[in-house]
Design a protein around this ligand. Structure first.
Ligand code: C2E
Ligand code: MG
Ligand code: MG
Length: 726
């Protein structure tokens, strides 16, 4: 009995540490007290060799604060002490206690067997209704105090277990409550006292399909996913942490599938009466984990190509940068741009565009080396991070291979598009103080290819000088426009059938106050970038119309004035109104104005371009396709665009007398254009052989240094006069 009560009190202290001190003090003091009393009484008897009579024993028992019964086994004598009488509700005057003692021993009436049991076992528990009708439980400890001739005298000392019983009931219901809560919250508990043998809660057994609640660390480890076992081992090592720690790992579950769990654990220090405890709560987080993976995918992965996105690249890149500095590795960062990707989107649709992006990413994957990475930075920009093994040619060779494979994709719908890519690259850690900076330098190198198809450019620190140059140029150009330093030069266009001048192309020049003439190639690109082009184009449109009208008024033959438009000019919604105003302002008929557009410009947004072109055609303005043959477009595009003139690019003409292929292309283009009622002009004619070839090929008009370079208006007037005399 005492052993059970002691075990019970230890368990109680462990589970309710906050009540442990009070419970222990009560328990220990009661125990000590009872033991002392028994020892005291027994000793007195032994020492006095039973000289003490029953009266003396009763006197001692009466003053004791514990329940006591002094009884003879033949029931010739029974005494219940005051404490027990109070409990039983017996008056002090009651002379005979024989009937009441059976109640105290928890039996209804006389029972010799029970008496023998009490006497023999020296430990006996009884329950009975107390004076206040509540149930009382007493643990009896019985000692022999005197052996008489006829009978034996015993003293039974009670230990009142009533309160502890209540606690046990509370504890059992608390345990039930605990288990139900854990079940509802789907939390498993895994605890150990020695870190080798664990006890699993019913909920954890359910979660993991365990057959027994006891499981060894090794058995539990075998359920952990092989890739997460290191995490589990580390958790075991950290198990004596006083802080709550948590790890996430996959554990084989009831359905034999691995599910994700979080294990929150800590150690609970042992006390004098309790052993230390290790362990904690196991929570199924599979759903949350899947959501996290998805969120990670969304924030770190490009949806179209499934490659890493810029965020991921920067994060991984920082790690690569740090480790490359530490381990003295080098990496190449190559940034690639798909040339004229918008054309693919515009002409073949977004789904084809996405397909091209996916294929491009797959090509890049073939070249990525261990420790490297492929990422889509934005739109048609990708990054390829490659480990360097001392081969300076690696970036160029890799890009060349990518270009080769990429070009092969141009089949079916993409057949008319020349798929190519350009690249800029830098070296890590050499080319910057952080991964971000080195990436930006590779992007900078790419930009410096200025859109030249298939170009590959290495980053060089002096590249920044040209940007400083650009900024200075922007400022100077702004001032030049304000100071009216821009002028139009005119280059004649000749009718190959008659040799007469049929038009001029207005070409912009910046004439500095010191007379230096800056050609358009040096500033038109910058003007486009910093939005100064609008002002330049307004000037070109109005000045071109004014000059043409002036020449008409001066009596020169009517000619077509061609002007060049940049993309931003052409896509203005009020383009038609602007052109109409410019014509109306000087009273020039629309048929004497022609707008030159490049293929890339027209195909950037083909539907909008066609509507803009139609609006100009409605006014009566002519439309020429400039630099034809340099872009990606095929003759099939001609059908879509309402152009009136096709300008064959000078690259075809430059060597036409020696280049049969150029000749074949030019004559085919002229034939097709004619069939579509589109006139043709060849630009860049520098000699008579070229002129005759083009005339024979059926070209309508010609422009080039052979007839005249771009010249100021006064010089062109002389040209008119010379022509009229010849
Ligand atoms: P573009 O429209 O193709 O103009 C033809 C260019 O070829 C002109 O260069 C012209 O001088 C040059 N050229 C003409 N015949 C020959 C020849 O026989 N041999 C050689 N080697 N070159 C010849 P320019 O004037 O330097 O203009 C270059 C480009 O600048 C133009 O190409 C056009 O794209 C752009 N540009 C010129 N003026 C304007 C303008 O007012 N606005 C816009 N947006 N761009 C302009
Ligand atoms: Mg032009
Ligand atoms: Mg041209």
């Amino acid at each position: 009995m005492i052993v059970a009560a002691t075990a019970f009190i230890i368990l109680y202290c462990f589970l309710f540490p906050e009540k442990a001190v009070a419970a222990l003090i009560t328990y220990i003091s009661t125990l000590v007290f009872a033991t002392l009393i028994l020892a005291f009484i027994s000793n007195i008897y032994l020492k006095k060799k039973s000289s003490m009579d029953q009266k003396q024993i009763i006197g001692i028992a009466e003053n004791m604060n514990i329940e006591m019964v002094i009884w003879a086994d033949d029931f010739s004598f029974v005494h219940i002490n005051k404490k027990l009488r109070e409990l039983l509700g017996l008056p002090d005057t009651a002379a005979d206690h024989k009937a009441s003692v059976w109640r105290a021993f928890g039996v209804n009436g006389q029972d010799e067997k029970i008496l023998k049991e009490i006497a023999d076992s020296r430990s006996y528990e009884s329950s009975f209704k107390g004076a206040d009708t509540s149930m009382v439980t007493i643990a009896w400890s019985t000692s022999l105090v005197k052996k008489k001739k006829k009978c034996t005298l015993y003293v039974s000392t009670g230990f009142n277990l009533t309160e502890l019983k209540k606690m046990r009931v509370n504890l059992a219901s608390a345990n039930d409550f605990f288990n139900s809560s854990m079940e509802l919250a789907e939390i498993g508990v895994l605890m150990s006292v020695d870190r080798r043998n664990y006890r699993a809660s019913p909920e954890l057994m359910k979660m993991l399909g365990l057959k027994s609640s006891s499981i060894t660390a090794a058995q539990f480890r075998s359920l952990v996913h092989p890739n997460d076992r290191i995490i589990f081992d580390n958790a075991l090592k950290a198990m004596d942490s006083k802080e709550v720690r948590s790890v996430q790992m996959r554990i084989k579950s009831t359905d034999t599938l691995y599910r994700w769990y979080t294990y929150r654990f800590k150690s609970i220090e042992g006390t004098d009466n309790t052993l230390p405890l290790f362990g904690g709560a196991v929570l199924d987080i599979t759903d949350e984990h899947e959501k996290d993976v998805r969120i990670e995918q969304l924030s770190y992965m490009d949806d179209v190509t499934q490659a890493a996105n810029r965020n991921k690249l920067l994060e991984e890149g920082n790690f690569i940068y740090d480790s490359s500095k530490m381990l003295h590795y080098n990496f190449w960062i190559i940034v690639l741009d798909i040339d004229r990707f918008h054309i693919v989107n515009d002409t073949c649709g977004y789904s084809h565009g996405n397909e091209v992006l996916r294929n491009f990413a797959h090509i890049l994957y073939k070249y990525v080396t261990p420790g490297g990475l492929v990422a889509r930075l934005s739109g048609d920009n990708f990054a390829l991070v490659l480990r360097d093994y001392g081969d300076d040619e690696l970036p160029v060779r890799t890009v060349n291979s990518v270009q080769e494979e990429f070009a092969k994709l141009a089949v079916d719908e993409l057949a008319s598009i020349n798929l190519s890519c350009s690249a800029g690259y830098s070296m890590l850690p050499r080319d910057g103080d952080s991964f971000k900076e080195i990436l930006e330098h590779a992007e900078f190198a790419l930009k410096s290819t200025s859109g030249t198809q298939g170009c590959i450019c290495a980053y060089e620190p002096n590249m920044h000088d040209s940007i400083i140059g650009d900024t200075a140029m922007e400022k100077a150009l702004g001032l030049a426009i304000a100071n009216d330093e821009l002028r139009l030069f005119y280059q004649p266009k000749i009718d190959l059938a008659t040799g007469k001048i049929m038009g001029v192309e207005a070409l912009i020049r910046w004439i500095k106050p010191d007379g230096t003439i800056i050609p358009p190639d040096s500033f038109v690109r910058i003007a486009e970038k910093c939005n100064l082009i609008g002002k330049i184009s307004d000037y070109v449109l109005n000045e071109g119309c004014r000059q043409n009208k002036l020449w008409q008024k001066m009596g020169y033959p009517n000619i077509v004035m061609s002007i060049n438009f940049a993309s931003s000019d052409f896509y203005q919604p009020d383009l038609k109104e602007k052109v109409f105003d410019a014509l109306a302002r000087v009273g020039l008929d629309a048929e004497w104005l022609e707008v030159e557009l490049t293929e890339s410009l027209a195909l950037r947004d083909v539907n909008f371009a066609v509507s803009q072109m139609n609006k100009l055609r409605e006014l009566g303005v002519k439309l020429a396709m400039d630099d034809f043959g340099t872009g990606y477009s095929s003759l099939s595009h001609l059908q879509k665009l309402p152009i009136t003139l096709l300008k064959l690019d000078q690259s075809f003409i430059r060597n036409i007398e020696h280049d049969n292929i150029a000749y074949e292309i030019v004559s085919a283009v002229i034939r097709i254009a004619k069939s579509k009622k589109i006139e043709t002009i060849a630009e860049g004619i520098e000699n008579h052989v070229q002129e005759s070839i083009l005339r024979m090929a059926g070209c309508d008009y010609a422009q080039g240094y052979l007839y005249g370079k771009p010249m100021p208006p006064q010089e062109l007037e002389k040209f008119f006069e010379k022509k009229s005399r010849s």
